[in-house]
Every structure is written in C-alpha cells, then in structure tokens.
Design a protein around this ligand. Structure first.
Ligand code: SF4
Length: 197
C-alpha cells in the first residue's frame, strides 16, 4: 500500500472532506444540517467507524458530542485510550431521521467516502462499532464471518484479520444507552485496543 506524508494525507483529506460536506448523493442530504467529516489524529493507528451522526452531532457539526459521545469518552478512559490519538468517522455521514436504521442504498452511496478515509489514514486496526459498520467493512471480502453464518454477537470483541487487514468489531456506544449493564464487558473489549497504542 502506498504511504503518504502528513501533508499529503491532510491535502487528500481536505479534498475528500469538501466532497462530503456538499454531498447530495442520497436522500439523507435533504434532512441533515451537516454532513460530518472524520475527526482525529490523521496518523492514528486506530480508526473507529460509528454508525451516523446523532441530533447533537448534526447541529454542532462534530463527532461524538451527544449522549453516545459521553459513553464513548467513558469507554475510552476506562480502556486507557486517549481520544486524541485515534481517528473517528461515521459509516453514514448524515443524520438518520428519527434514529431509524440506515437503508442499504444510503450505506452504498456513502461507502466510497469511508473507503477513501481508510485509504488515506491507513490505520493498523479498523474498529467498526455495531452491526452495520461491521457488516459493511467485512462483507467486502468473500471469506467474511457473515458469509460463514456468524452473527455480529459472535465476532463482537474478536480481533479478525481479513485480507491482511485487522478488524476489531466493538459495541456501538449508543447501545449502552439502552443496555447499561453491558458496560463492563464492553470496556474489557475496548481494552483490547491497547495492543495498538
Ligand atoms: S449520507 Fe453520505 S451519500 Fe448520503 S448525502 Fe450524506 S454524505 Fe452523501
């Protein structure tokens, strides 16, 4: 894989981010305030992929600033991971109305942006948060766990190597808003990322 200097990475991200901000490739452009770009350390070894911006993120045009963000921050602190050292982005860059699930055509329309972010950041490990981001990342490859009949629950917290890429699927912080009792197990899984710090 071609590696980029810091300046080249930033220039490539600037071009990509402009395309994201003005994108109207799917219906979600009609209901968003902001299409969110990725944020964080562009030399990060860990790249988190959340589902989509929430209401607060949409208004403030920034990642993980709402209730899920508070959970995310808590998980990172408990796992000993500095938020400033990682890169974060969304599978779908625009808010999903009424917190509904993403439609396949919306994920597909937005996916080129995600692929480009991964190609620019070149993380050591990709961390899809929750089912949709995990399915999108893994099903690009024929020999993926979903094709083998495994569920998200079975691979949640397991470090996978697929096509020479390391992927660690983890619970999305928003899931803990509804199921706070999962928090201790989730922290243990987030701690597995310390390998990459
Ligand atoms: S969700 Fe993605 S593809 Fe759809 S309008 Fe927003 S940025 Fe474009």
């Amino acid at each position: 894989m071609e590696s980029f200097s810091l300046i080249e990475k930033q220039e490539s991200l600037d071009v990509l981010n402009y395309q994201i901000r003005v994108c109207k490739k799917c219906r979600l452009s009609a209901t968003r305030r902001n299409a969110l770009i990725g944020e964080g350390n562009i030399n990060a070894r860990i790249l988190f992929i959340a589902l989509s911006p929430g209401a607060k993120e949409d208004v403030q045009n920034s990642m993980f600033v709402g209730p899920s963000g508070q959970v995310f921050n808590r998980l990172l602190v408990a796992a000993g991971i500095d938020r400033k050292s990682v890169f974060m982005t969304n599978l779908v860059k625009c808010i999903l109305p009424k917190n509904r699930k993403p439609k396949m055509d919306e994920i597909t329309a937005c996916n080129a942006f995600l692929n480009e972010e991964i190609a620019i950041i070149q993380p050591e490990v990709i961390v899809p948060l929750g089912y949709y981001a995990t399915r999108t990342i893994l099903t690009k490859y024929p020999n993926n766990p979903f094709a083998e009949g495994r569920s998200f629950k079975e691979i949640n917290g397991r470090l996978l190597t697929i096509n020479r890429m390391k992927v660690l699927p983890l619970t999305h912080p928003s899931a803990l808003l509804y199921n706070p009792s999962f928090e201790m197990d989730t922290i243990e899984n987030y701690k597995k990322l310390k390998l990459f710090m």
